[in-house]
Design a protein around this ligand. Structure first.
Ligand SMILES: Cc1cc2nc3c(=O)[nH]c(=O)nc-3n(C[C@H](O)[C@H](O)[C@H](O)COP(=O)(O)OP(=O)(O)OC[C@H]3O[C@@H](n4cnc5c(N)ncnc54)[C@H](O)[C@@H]3O)c2cc1C
Length: 441
């Protein structure tokens, strides 16, 4: 085991990982392939370049993304601190001047006496750890091949099509009913029936909706089982009713008859506190998803924990491969961090950089590291990627559906969020206090 840390990829996760280790006195070699080798989305050679939106997400007090940011702030995160230093007005979001933000991260890393940045594409995973692989959704093809050899091809995915997730407590159960198609197996699905006029209005809205434009390199990604819902709607007004919204085998128990179409929702977790909309991967903008999907009978007042998305992504089946320190079970000392672990988003990626780094630093320093508790945002996210069902594992952003806490039962949303946030910060402090020297540089 080396007495220095190797980090591959100076994006959001890799920059955070390198910074946290260096601040704790550990020497770091940070590999970044840009500008020598390009990715299809990055435009500069800066570390932590934001490839798309310039928003680091919601910063509204007590929202789930806010709690995650607060936890990172308590670790003097290079990503969040640089974001705060270069913020631009954006309502409740923490949006940043992307150039100034990335320049500040790059300068801080380049000037750190413990960090050496090497501008080269890594094509072999170093055999000697600790090494953190943080090469993101656009990992270079040569390194992807190596990762796939290391973990097995079936554990590496290249695209990601996410369906929206709603809070189970906000669904109208007078309209939605539990049933499985043709009564096969348990009544595991929640079904939202649509009559003829509701269905055609829904199709009209989908066709007229605002969509996020696709980057040129993302265009070929659709394969038949993964078509965005609005693309199916474009194919013909009846396509959805014969496809993902087909009502056959699902009579409404209230009327005993078949609806014109049925939207099916699947349980998202063991607690059944969240459901995802089956087949609803989409490129609709978030406000359009909220507006149009709230027209589905039963979802009029639904709280959306996560919206749908489709984009090119490289990620691994973390629940099969990683322990709760983000370390490869089959090769201790090799860590994964960032989007490649199956988190979704700039801040979530940075958070995994922090956690992988703390564990690797503990190994180098010979101190104790314990993963964060489940009722912190860091712990909730970590548990999602390491303890989820292996089958059908999909990337996730931070949201309240991941917090396995009693407070989720509180009906008043504001009070619920406040309690979860306060509890998370208390638990985070206790966790840090328990780590002595590792907690603070
Ligand atoms: C097209 C696209 C748009 C996205 N838009 C958003 C958005 O708007 N908001 C949001 O929150 N999230 C978005 N994401 C998701 C995700 O949050 C970001 O991709 C985020 O940057 C992930 O952080 P990361 O550190 O895991 O990867 P990255 O930030 O991509 O960092 C990985 C780094 O590794 C380098 N690298 C890759 N291979 C090698 C190699 N072999 N050797 C050395 N270096 C290598 C890359 O050059 C890069 O700098 C988007 C993702 C994609 C693909």
């Amino acid at each position: 085991m080396n007495n220095f840390l190797t980090v591959i990829g100076a994006g959001l996760a890799g920059s955070e990982a390198a910074w946290q280790a260096a601040e704790r006195g550990v020497k770091v070699i940070l590999y970044e392939m840009r500008p020598v080798t390009a990715t299809p989305a990055h435009k500069t050679e800066n570390c932590a370049e934001l490839v798309c939106s310039n928003s680091l997400g919601n910063n509204l007090a007590y929202s789930a993304p806010f709690i995650l940011k607060e936890e990172l702030r308590s670790f003097n995160s290079i990503i969040i601190d640089s974001g705060d230093n270069n913020s631009v007005p954006a309502g409740s979001a923490l949006a940043v001047d992307r150039d100034l933000f990335a320049q500040e991260v790059t300068a801080k890393l380049s000037n750190h006496p413990n960090i050496t940045i090497k501008r080269e594409e890594v094509v072999e995973i170093p055999p000697e750890g600790p090494v953190i692989i943080a090469t993101g959704p656009l990992t270079s093809p040569r390194l992807s091949d190596q990762i796939s050899k290391l973990i097995g091809q079936e554990y590496l995915y290249f695209y990601d099509a996410l369906s929206p997730i709603v809070n189970a407590a906000t669904i109208d159960y007078d309209k939605a009913f539990f049933a499985s198609r043709y009564d096969k197996g348990d009544a595991d699905y929640l079904n939202c029936p649509m009559n003829v006029s509701q269905y055609y209005e829904f199709v009209r809205e989908l066709k007229a909706s605002d969509k996020v434009s696709l980057s040129s390199f993302e265009k070929p990604i659709y394969f038949e089982g993964c078509m965005p819902i609005e693309v199916l709607a474009e194919r013909g007004d009846r396509t959805l009713a014969f496809g993902p919204l087909k009502p056959v085998g699902l009579p409404d128990p209230k009327t005993g008859t078949l609806a014109h179409a049925v939207v099916q929702l699947r349980r998202e977790n063991k607690e059944s506190s969240a459901f995802n909309l089956v087949g609803f991967q989409t490129k609709l903008t978030y406000p359009e998803q909220k507006r149009i999907f709230s027209k589905i009978p039963g979802l009029e007042n639904a709280e959306f924990f996560r919206f749908g998305a489709i984009h090119r992504n490289t990620y691994i089946n973390s629940p099969s491969l990683l322990n709760n320190e983000l370390e490869l079970l089959s090769r201790p000392g090799t860590y994964f961090a960032g989007q490649v672990t199956g988190v979704e988003g700039y801040v979530e990626s940075s958070a995994m950089g922090l956690l992988a780094s703390l564990s690797a630093v503990a190994k180098i320093m010979g101190t104790v590291y314990k993963p964060p508790p489940a009722d912190t945002a860091l712990g909730a996210l970590l548990n999602y990627i390491t303890l989820s069902r292996k089958q059908g594992f999909q990337p996730m952003n931070i949201n309240f559906g991941l917090f396995w806490v009693q407070e989720m039962k509180i009906k008043d949303k504001k009070m619920r969020n406040q309690k979860i946030a306060t509890n998370a910060m208390e638990k985070l402090k206790a966790w840090k206090d328990g780590m002595a020297t590792l907690a603070q540089p």
